[in-house]
Design a protein around this ligand. Structure first.
Ligand code: KIV
Ligand code: ZN
Length: 534
């Protein structure tokens, strides 16, 4: 049961806009290396989830970022697509060029207002900050009438100075003012007081949208964002699974469910389709390599599990005894059996459509082949299995390294020996063998030989996609190669195969990243940069 019953849309003044920054602030988490196709896939899922704004990236920072923001602007329908920019002309031009093909583009520009940043990082004066903010908003407004301005590190800045800068931005036509708690330092009471004071000092704020952007360094990102919304803000900046710089951003699923579940006390709500939350969380976790802890609020696999006998007894008698939300409300019930061993291609296509994957032609043939392999080994193929297989198939890209096959001989009386064959980006196959401390180590060694590179394993995790001994295994590998942290995932009924797939993908991401980085460094040298990024 849910306490909510049928939820009516909140009146306009109580509607909170959800600004998702998974692909910008979230992507700044160490070890995340999403390529354009993966970013578009996440953005499409965010659109299905119903967020209002997608901050798709920071286009000036690299050709790769620019390309991804542009692809999202061109392909993803529904939400406003925002690009981040410092106050420099080159940043604003790049942000505009990247988002301009979106039906509803936004430029989000920022500059710090705290003394710490102004003195030590920007090495400039308060007057200059005001001038830069004014020029940046004016430049952005010349391109679009949807402009957001953020006074970075606002919560450690003098509120009167921040107010002066915000007033300038509003006068120049900013339509959203976002108040970042950049280093996760504030507390709910302090943040609410800060926003209330800004409302008093900047009369123009009444006519536009005030936004909250909180980091989780003290574990308060959701609480602070909530306090900001209660103080009058109507946009919340957040990321799926709370990923982001350092300890991360406000978790989208937590703030959205907090607003929905306790609407009785605050009256606020979003228009997010909460049944898509769990799937979005799994997709982001798979693609970023950042796993979701089992006890994570709302989307953790134990978020609705009851262990103690008293709780189980209560829930069996009446669910509301120990549950405040319903698993179906957040989409955590998607483990219903959807296909059996004899299901055909048509049934697979239908099931995938229901899950939001539109596959045809070669992609469908490939997904069907994979489904049959798995259906032969597993009695029942669930929605979670299908989602895992299709996501895994989408990771196979002709321009990267791909696992062709592997063999491993192992046992307690001999050193394991692995032979692997990897398809190179040129299409050629490279075969190699290696021994190791165990079969996984031997496979990883043979892959390094086949690809001709060194790598340092940082994280290796195995998770079962569903329950039971025939469950699909999902492996996440994080490694450092070519001076870059990168992650990869693999799914198979066999853990060794899933490990090999994950390792090849992580290596591909690291090596691809190195090539992209060389191009980026050349561009960065050319751009005269005065302010470091957020
Ligand atoms: O944390 C921060 O200050 C930011 C800004 C760019 C909004 O991410
Ligand atoms: Zn941030």
């Amino acid at each position: 049961m849910s306490y909510l019953g049928d939820v009516k849309a909140a009146p306009e003044q109580d509607r909170v806009r959800v600004f998702d920054t998974t692909l910008r602030d979230g992507e700044q988490s160490p070890g995340i290396s999403l390529n354009t196709a993966e970013k578009v896939e996440i953005a499409q899922q965010l659109a299905r989830l119903g967020v209002d704004v997608i901050e798709a990236g920071f286009p000036i920072t690299s050709p790769g970022d620019f390309e991804a923001v542009q692809a999202i602007a061109r392909q993803v329908e529904g939400p406003v697509i925002a690009g981040l920019a410092r106050t420099h002309k080159a940043d604003i031009d790049a942000a505009w060029n990247a988002v301009k093909d979106a039906p509803r583009p936004r430029i989000h520009t920022f500059i710090s207002t705290s003394d710490i940043h102004i003195e030590h990082q920007l090495k400039t004066t308060h007057e200059d900050v005001k001038g830069q903010a004014k020029a940046a908003v004016a430049m952005a407004r010349a391109y679009t009438d949807d402009v957001e301005f953020s006074p970075m590190d606002a919560t450690r800045a003098d509120v009167e100075f921040t107010a002066e800068v915000c007033a300038i931005a509003v006068a120049e036509g900013a339509t959203t003012i976002n108040i970042p708690d950049t280093v996760g330092y504030t507390t709910p009471e302090e943040y609410a007081a800060h926003l209330t004071r800004l409302y008093q000092l900047v009369p123009g704020l009444d006519g536009i949208t005030l936004s909250v952007h909180c980091h989780d360094d003290l574990g308060l990102a959701v609480s602070n964002s909530y306090a900001g919304l209660q103080a009058g803000a109507r946009q919340v900046e957040c990321a799926i699974n709370g990923i982001g710089e350092r300890a991360g951003n406000c978790s989208l699923e937590e703030i959205v469910m907090l607003l929905r579940t306790r609407r009785d006390v605050h009256g606020l709500d979003t228009t997010v389709d909460t049944r898509e939350l769990a799937r979005t969380s799994r997709m982001v976790s798979r693609l970023t390599g950042y796993s979701v802890p089992p006890n994570k609020a709302v989307v953790g696999r134990n978020a609705f599990a009851h262990e103690s006998g008293i709780h189980q007894d209560g829930v069996l008698k009446e669910r509301s005894t120990y549950e405040i939300m319903d698993a179906t409300e957040v989409g955590l019930d998607s483990n219903a059996i959807v296909l059996g061993k004899h299901s055909g291609r048509h049934a697979l296509k239908d099931a995938l459509e229901q899950l939001g994957f539109h596959v045809d032609g070669q992609e469908l043939r490939q997904a069907f082949k994979r489904f049959k392999e798995i259906a032969d080994k597993k009695k029942q193929v669930t929605a979670l299995d299908l989602e895992a297989i299709v996501s895994d198939e989408m990771r196979e890209r002709s321009e990267s390294y791909n696992l062709a096959w592997f063999e491993v001989e192992a046992g307690t009386r001999r050193d394991p020996l692995a032979t692997v064959c990897v398809t190179l980006p040129s299409g050629e196959e490279s075969q190699a063998e290696a021994t190791g401390d165990g079969p996984v180590d031997a496979i990883f060694g043979a892959i390094r030989e086949a690809v001709g590179t060194d790598a340092d394993l940082r994280r290796y995790e195995v998770e079962a996609v569903t329950e039971g001994t025939d469950a699909l295994g999902e492996v996440t590998v994080v490694l450092r190669a070519n001076d870059r942290l990168a992650s990869g995932q693999g799914v198979a009924t066999d853990i060794l195969e899933a490990s090999a797939r994950a390792y090849v993908r992580a290596l591909s991401n690291a090596l691809e990243g190195a090539a992209i980085r060389e191009a980026e460094e050349a561009t960065a040298d050319a751009a005269a940069e005065r302010t470091p990024g957020p």
